[in-house]
Design a protein around this ligand. Structure first.
Ligand code: SF4
Ligand code: SF4
Length: 94
């Protein structure tokens, strides 16, 4: 993967019904079905912990309201660079 993750998600295991739609639809394939069973007797989806882009596709394809929360991570702040100007002034650019 190039660069830091741009997103993250959480999955409520008690809301997930283990249908696998989010796993199949995630473009970077960063979701999987857990090997252990939930209290509903299904294998719930879980985040692998890396490569999420925050695209939200898993949220929109999930049939269970509230099972998935997507977070879009703020990009790192750009560094201020001081540039010398003719006449001795300085200008800060982003
Ligand atoms: S937000 Fe996008 S990249 Fe992240 S887990 Fe969901 S489908 Fe995958
Ligand atoms: S789409 Fe929703 S219900 Fe289906 S496995 Fe993913 S989180 Fe669970």
């Amino acid at each position: 993967m190039a660069g830091p993750a741009r997103g993250s998600i959480t999955i409520d295991v008690e809301e997930c019904k283990g249908c696998g739609l989010c796993v199949e639809s995630c473009p970077p394939k960063c979701l999987e079905l857990a090997p252990e069973l939930s209290s509903y007797g299904v294998h719930p989806a879980r985040y692998t912990g890396h490569d999420c882009t925050g695209c939200g596709i898993c949220f929109y394809c999930c049939p269970e309201p509230g099972a998935i929360i997507v977070y879009r991570l703020a990009p790192p702040a750009k560094t201020l660079v001081a540039q010398s100007q003719p006449g001795g002034g300085h200008a800060a650019t982003l």
